[in-house]
Design a protein around this ligand. Sequence first.
Ligand code: NAD
Ligand code: TYD
Length: 330
Amino acid sequence: MKLLVTGGCGFIGSTFVRMALARGHEVVNVDKLTYAGNPANVAEVADDPKYHFVHADIADAPAMADALTGVDAVVNMAAESHVDRSILDPAAFPMTDVVGTAVILDQSRRAGVGRFVQVSTDEVYGSIPVGLFRETDPLNPSSPYSASKAGGDLQALAWHHTYGMDVVVTRGSNTYGPRQYPEKLIPLFVTNALDGEQLPVYGDGQQIRDWIHVEDHCSGVFAALEHGIAGEVYNVGGGNERTNLEITERILEYTNRDASLIRYVEDRLGHDRRYALATEKLSLLGWSAAVDFGTGLTDTVTWYRDNRAWWEPIKSGEYRAYYDEQYGQR
Ligand code: NAD
Ligand code: TYD
């Protein structure tokens, strides 16, 4: 297939691009290269004759019309993706996650694309104190990020309902692994711990997330792309619930640091307490998560330890200003 992947210079997108090429697909990577987009994430495939890069915004209709020529399927991963940034600067989020999604959906429809996969998040369901979210549960997003993602998710389903477009939506859980921008919990705490810096735990640290390795998240998106039913939603969860404090303690252990690095800070505004997903529907397509959490997390710590040249330049410049604004007064 000729696949158009958006956000292919980001964390999950770059993993997906590498996996798609390894599976023999041709890949057009459309990326705006925001602060989170890093060409180094796809450097090893840049010279592959089946790989093409288009530097563009998914909200740019003429650019999308051009990029979509001859494309069989679209996987829309491009997004503003960080909850904390959405609390500091909410207006940027609907521009990509809602408007951009509408533009690329519509250009894909006009181009006659065979299948459109909208990569969404479990955060669109909101928080769940006990039990698991199913695909039929109502959306109840809490943050500006998750509200914007819910907007994109619903539009994708509306394009199926209204135009009969072949659309599938995936709702993935918290993802970890190499090349994740060091603003999210795991890469931030791993890189801070490696540098002997404090780990800012929000509130009581008892919030729960369902962690999935990036390769398992991507194989879930492939399952939905290849075998999903048009108009359906598929949860992609790791079945691996951990409190933030458990994650913090493991990171301290794997980096040979102690609990003196933990700093409890003021909680995030509107902080969701727990996310958890039922994944039977995706399992029926033949998917299962393959990476054991302990192995995945130690490998991730090793990757950050061995790849300082990847993250040290990121953690200067613009990032420093963000970090001071986010954590300075906490
Ligand atoms: P990321 O922030 O690492 O990467 C996002 C990429 O999108 C970057 O390369 C950026 O340059 C690009 N981008 C942003 N705006 C764009 C625009 N307007 N046009 C073109 N490119 C643009 O994000 P990620 O963590 O890899 O997440 C990828 C997708 O998966 C997102 O849609 C996110 O909502 C979803 N998701 C992420 C997680 C997670 O834990 N990271 C979990 C579930 C779902
Ligand atoms: P994050 O990685 O931002 O993902 P999300 O908010 O999309 O789940 O955060 C994961 C959890 O870790 C969340 O409960 C907030 C918490 N957290 C901290 O306690 N401290 C931090 O510095 C960060 C970035 C997150």
